[in-house]
Each structure stands twice: as C-alpha cells, then as structure tokens.
Design a protein around this ligand. Structure first.
Ligand code: NAD
Length: 494
C-alpha cells in the first residue's frame, strides 16, 4: 500500500516544501506507517510567514462579519466531515473513538465561539473622560501569529487559538506536532474549502526546527504553544529575546482529592475516565489521587483497583470494542512506552506498592502496538519520583492524607498547577478548595475540569508561561492590541 506524503499549505496552495527528509507517521495501535511528513526547513517557514505577512493588510481590513463568514462555513464543513476527522485522530494518536469525537467537538465549538467576534472584539468608549474630551479604546489586530502544537490533541489544541486569531483579523502559521500531523492536514483542506483568502492560514509541517524558525522570524508578532514544560520555557525565552507576544502552555500532574463524605461509587467511575482516557495522555488527565483519612483511602484503593481491572485495553478501531464504554488505546510511541516503563521501575525501587501492574499487557494481533495496561501505585509518599513527575501514561499514584489541610499542602507543593479536583458534598471544603488550590482549572466533583470553549482554559505555576489563557473572549487580548484614543472637537466660531 502506498503511504501518503503530507504537504504544507502555503498561500492558498498545497506545496512540497524544501525539507531535511521525512518522518514516518505510525498508527500507535498497529505500528503501521500511515503517512510521511516532511521536515520543513527554515526556508519553507519563511515562505509561509511571508505569505501570512502579505495577506495581513487586506485581511485585517476585511469587515469582521465577512471574516466570520469563512468560519461559519468551516463549522459546516467540519460537521460534514466530523466522523472522518475523528477516526483520523484515533488512527494517528490511538485514543478511543468517543475521546476523538469529544476532541473534534471541542475544536468545532471554538470556531463557533470565534464566530461571535463582531461582539467579542468590540472596544469601549468613555464619554467625558475630561471636560469635553472623550476616551475610546479600539482593539485592532496585530499581524502574523504562529502556533506550535503537541501530540496529544491533534485536532483540538490548535483550535484553542487559531479561530480567534483569524476572526480578530490576524493571519496564521500553524505547526502541528510532527508525531501526529495528519488531522491538521485534513482540516487544512476544509479551511481551504471555506474560502479564506490565500495566505490568511498556512500550515507548515516539521519538527522543532520549524518552531525555532518561527520564533526567530521578525515578521511573527506572537506565538501560542502547547507542550512539555521544558519546551514552554524555551519558547518563552525565545519570545522574550525576539520581542514577541507569547502564550506557552506546559506539562501537568493533576490531583484528585477525595474527602470522607464523597459519593465513592460515583467518584470511582468518574476517576476512571479521567485517569485512563487517552491512556493518561491528556493535559487534564488525573494521575494522582489524594484520599483524606484512612477509611477513605482503603475504600478508594479497593474500588479503584477493581474498576481499573475492568478497563478494556485494545486497538480503538477494532470493531469488536466499538460499543464498549471504557476502551484504552496505546501510548503514542515506542519511546514514550519505554520512558513510562522506566518510571514504573523507579516507583518500585523507591518503595511505592505496585498494586496493579500494566507493564506486560498483550493485545492479540496488535503486537507492534505501544500498549500499557492500567497501572496503580499505592502507599505513595509525596516527593517520590512517580508522584513528582508527569508520567503521561496510564499510571495512577494514590496517597493518603490526614486532613483537608494536609491534602492542600501536598497538592500545592507540586511544581505543576494545571488542574485539580475535589470530591465532596460539603460546601465549606469545596469553597476552600476553590480558593486555596493553586491550580488554574478547578473541579468540584468533576474528574476533568476542562471547560467548554466559551470559558478560558489554562493552568498555573510550571503548567503555563502566559498571562492570557486560551479560548473564549479571554484570548481576544492576546490577538488584539488596544489603541486608546483621546479626542476633543472645538466649537465652530459663531
Ligand atoms: P513537546 O514539548 O515534546 O512538543 C510540543 C511541540 O513543540 C512540538 O510541535 C515540537 O515540535 C515543538 N518543540 C519542541 N521543542 C521546541 C523548541 N525548543 N522550540 C520550538 N518548538 C519546539 O510536547 P509533546 O510531547 O508533543 O506533548 C505532550 C506535552 O504537552 C505534555 O507535557 C503535556 O502535559 C503537554 N500539554 C499541555 C497542555 C496544557 O494545556 N497545559 C495541553 C496539551 C499538552
């Protein structure tokens, strides 16, 4: 079978870019090579940025409602191709089909919210800022923006940013993850069909060389990036050096705190999808559970272990599991699997109890897939490597805390601050959790406190290097600059 070679989309056309070779794209469930992606050179990046730069004057002067017409069309096209895009996400990333559908729905919802830009982008006017003087705040587009994407949400993450950038009148260069570039290739074909003028949206495939070149290009006004914390730091430093706007989202270790009054049966079901959905490779995946009190700990350990054993580990595109509610696919690559297995070994060496061991799981007929079964450590002490590190796989650590205050001190001492949830029926503790947990995304009896597109998204501490969060009207500040106009007119001479 011939393997598709991906292209770049530059200035309204599909092009074979100047490249430093190609990378094979693998279906992580089967090991089958599904595409080849070009590793674009600096020259290819410059061509895309030049196209975006040239398109900016006309696009930024296009009335906002006309700009949104293309986004409305994109909504319809993505709806028409919803199942195809979702299956593509599963094929290249390995998450279950329900997970992939939820991801594509979130991408779509961000386009829908950005379609409200005629209202969202409005400025302010103050009549009588001083005697006979009015003040006005205009929000105007900035220029060319770039996005550097991670592997775990091949369709959705660029949509936290891109629809808002285009609707506000900026032009765009997107670099998908080099590990999962196929979904954005499909979506770029729909963006083309939606009729955006050439150069308004551009897609450049490749590895970190593309990212680094975007960061150094003086025609790029700002970068949004999502990836590991080390990457976010490097990107933030480069943006500061090159004078760019920057939103850099980093890694995570998301805690679930269980109080003694929590409804354990509901809680455990809720935790399961949070911990094992997408094989633990969501930025909002829970990977650590803190139980308050010995009885809570014993109950949660017993029930969570029993439920974890019921998770079906399989190729999510296997028709035999199509109707199963909790299917867990592979991790993204052989390298990721080996890193996760290494961390499990470290957990054992450091004295945590490996209560459920997913290392030796076999999926018949999928021997080349990168599967790891649900893995649970109990008797975990804060400070152990498995508790401190973002494992980004289906590995859950369970800790016992003496009190609510103890749990808060454990979770707040963590370097990451993406998301944390509490399970309780008690409003007093829920309120304190909202206020005291140093996490950007807070859940109350919610396993994955990721918001809908009309609310902002983003963490705290080492999970984010950005003043402005993703999505919703919050992001308009990133994609516009404010001009403050102070005006007065003198009376005509009589
Ligand atoms: P990664 O950091 O390896 O790569 C992310 C992207 O950055 C890729 O496109 C890569 O080519 C590019 N890149 C890497 N180094 C670069 C550099 N020095 N300069 C410019 N570009 C560079 O991340 P990944 O493995 O693809 O994704 C997983 C990570 O992303 C996890 O840590 C996860 O927590 C995080 N993530 C965070 C969020 C969030 O909301 N905070 C969301 C999704 C994923």
């Amino acid at each position: 079978m011939s393997v598709t070679r991906l292209k770049n989309y530059v200035n309204g056309q599909w092009v074979d870019p100047p490249n430093a070779g190609t990378l094979d794209i693998e279906n992580p469930s089967s090991g089958e090579i599904v595409a080849r992606v070009p590793l674009s050179t600096a020259e290819a990046v410059s061509q895309a940025v030049d196209a975006a730069h040239a398109a900016f004057p006309a696009w930024s002067n296009t009335p906002v409602a006309r700009r949104c017409e293309h986004l409305f069309k994109l909504v319809g096209l993505m709806q028409d191709h919803f199942e195809e895009i979702s299956r593509g996400v599963t094929e290249e990333m390995g998450k279950s089909l329900p997970d992939a559908r939820a991801e594509v729905k979130r991408a779509l919802e961000n386009v829908e919210v950005a379609c409200g830009m005629p209202t969202l982008q409005q400025g302010d006017k103050l009549i009588g800022a001083a005697a006979d003087i009015d003040g006005e705040v205009l929000r105007v587009p900035v220029g060319v923006f770039g996005m550097i994407a991670p592997f775990n949400f091949p369709a959705m993450v660029p949509f936290w940013f891109m629809p808002y950038a285009l609707a506000t009148g900026n032009t765009y260069v997107l670099k998908p993850s080099e590990i999962v570039p196929c979904s954005q290739q499909r979506i770029a074909a729909l963006i083309h069909e939606a009729g955006f003028p050439p150069g308004v949206f551009n897609l450049v495939n490749g590895d970190k060389v593309v990212g680094e070149t975007l960061l150094a290009n003086e025609k790029v006004a700002g970068i949004s990036s999502v990836g590991a914390t080390a990457t976010a730091r490097a990107i933030t430093e480069a943006c500061a050096k090159h004078g760019k706007r920057c939103q850099a989202f980093g890694g995570a270790k998301n805690y679930l705190v269980v109080m003694p009054d929590a409804k354990t049966d509901q809680v455990v079901r809720n935790m399961l999808t949070s911990c094992y959905g997408c094989a633990g490779q969501r930025c909002m995946a829970a990977s650590a559970i803190a139980c308050v009190g010995d009885e809570t700990y014993q109950t949660v350990v017993k029930e969570f272990l029993a439920a974890s054993k019921e998770v079906i580990v399989a190729d999510p595109l296997d028709p035999a599991v199509a109707n199963e509610s909790m299917v867990m696919g592979p991790v993204i690559s052989a390298a990721a699997k080996s890193r996760i297995l290494g961390l499990i070994d470290t957990g054992v060496k450091e004295g945590a109890t490996l209560a459920l061991d997913g290392r030796d799981i076999r999926v018949p007929g999928r021997e080349k897939g990168h599967f790891i079964g649900p893995t649970v450590f109990t008797d975990v002490k804060p400070g152990m490597t498995v508790e401190r590190t973002e494992i980004f796989g289906p590995v859950v650590v369970i800790t016992k805390c003496d009190s609510f205050d103890h749990a808060i001190s454990v979770i707040n001492s963590h370097q990451y601050g993406n998301g944390a949830s509490i399970y309780t029926q008690n409003g007093y503790y829920a309120r304190r959790f909202k206020l005291e947990a140093q996490y950007g995304m807070i859940g109350i009896n919610i396993g994955i406190p990721a918001p809908v597109a009309c609310l902002p998204f983003g963490g705290m501490k080492a999970s984010v290097y950005a003043d402005i969060k993703a999505q919703s009207k919050a992001i308009i500040d990133f994609f516009t600059q404010k001009k403050i106009v102070t005006e007065r007119y003198w009376a005509e001479e009589a």
